[in-house]
Design a protein around this ligand. Structure first.
Ligand code: ATP
Ligand code: LTN
Length: 336
């Protein structure tokens, strides 16, 4: 993994261990992680430090972190080709984060919609970490000189901030950081809530009918799809503005069958929503079944997960520590 010019392009992405992953996390993010790991040198991280910006129950955070690793591996990330690690196991992220916080402006951090949303959602805990969250995320990315960052649409604003901070630092000191590009999937970058298709499907939603969890069984998935909010015109047609609920279900159906929207529309022409919803539930449940089996198997193998994380932390630290030393030197911190 040397920093030569002809090196393979590099990917980094992260996901917070704030609960069980939803179908939105899978379609918008981790499904693409698996696809990209051949073409790129890949690093995938469980962002446990980011999760602390919202109050966590310690034992649950630990459990969710293990589960998150198992789910990432079950979704096809292969630790022999990608580094899989936990953010807090690589202290260099936090070290770089401070330098980048000092190069982020109050104004730009104040404009982040996630900060505004989460402040409104947890008015009793609008902490400093919630505010500087994007500087830590910038550190996660820039510390590896990542070229590409696969994320869902809601993270593009944070990515833009990382680019701006990188550019500012490069201008103020000397070229140091690669400006990262986002990789936002064409279909499924924003899977909507089944209960309110104008809002993003989110693992922290209080309405359990809004999301499908990666661990939901077939009956639960079929029931949630059947209950999904649609409209009253009874026509399966892709039109996110006018028909957000139906379009959302079509997107999911497309992801699991590989069919495009025109083909799906033709397939269900003249049929009501009942059989359409049933079909959507079936393909999701069948698509998730092998991942769920792998997940149970991997989660039970604690020694294996520990080894993957130890290797991941060692490999990531080697790269990250070097970058921190370089940056510390550039900004004028005394070297011993
Ligand atoms: P929380 O509810 O705790 O805020 P979340 O479900 O929004 O969590 P994150 O951990 O913030 O999930 O996101 C992990 C990855 O999944 C990110 O790349 C994010 O863009 C993507 N993602 C999250 N929700 C969706 C969604 N509904 N559709 C597509 N991608 C999503
Ligand atoms: N903020 C992201 C998680 C995350 C991340 C990253 C994503 C933390 N660090 C670096 C991409 C690159 C989220 O999904 N909420």
């Amino acid at each position: 993994m040397s920093e030569t010019i002809e090196r393979k392009k590099r990917i980094l992405s992260g996901i917070q261990p704030t609960g069980t992953f939803t179908l939105g996390n899978y379609i918008g993010a981790i499904r693409n992680w698996a696809k990209l790991q051949d073409e790129f040198e890949s690093l995938y991280m469980i962002a446990d430090l980011h999760a602390l910006t919202v109050r966590q129950v310690p034992a649950e955070l630990r459990r969710h972190t293990r589960e998150a690793v198992a789910m990432v591996l079950a979704a096809g990330i292969d630790p022999s080709r990608s580094l899989v690690f936990v953010q807090s196991h690589v202290p260099a992220h936090t070290q770089l984060s401070w330098i980048l916080t000092c190069n982020s402006q109050f104004g730009e951090l104040s404009r982040m919609t996630q900060f505004k949303d989460k402040s409104a959602k947890h008015p009793d805990n609008v902490n400093g970490g919630l505010f500087t969250y994007p500087s830590l995320m910038a550190a996660d990315i820039l510390i590896y000189n990542a070229d590409l960052v696969p994320v869902g649409q809601d993270q593009t604003q944070h990515l833009e901030l990382a680019r701006n901070v990188a550019q500012r630092f490069n201008n103020a000191y000397s070229p140091t950081f690669t400006l990262p590009e986002g990789y936002v999937p064409k279909a499924g970058a924003k899977i909507m809530s089944l209960a309110d298709p104008t809002r993003k499907m989110s693992k922290s939603d209080t309405n359990v009918n809004g999301f499908i969890l990666m661990t939901d069984d077939k009956d639960t998935i079929l029931r949630k799809c059947k209950r999904a909010v649609t409209d009253s015109d009874g026509i399966v047609r892709f039109d996110p503005a006018e028909k957000p609920g139906v379009s959302n279900l079509m997107t999911m159906y497309g992801v699991f069958t590989g069919k495009d929207m025109a083909a799906i529309q033709a397939e269900f022409e003249g049929q009501g929503y009942g059989s359409f919803k049933q079909a959507v539930g079936e393909v999701i449940a069948d698509g998730l079944a092998p991942i769920q089996n792998e997940y149970s198997r991997i989660l039970a193998d604690k020694a294996y997960v520990d080894q993957v994380l130890a290797d991941g932390a060692a490999g990531a630290s080697r790269l990250a520590d070097r970058m921190v030393q370089k940056v510390y030197k550039k900004v004028g911190l005394l070297q011993l």
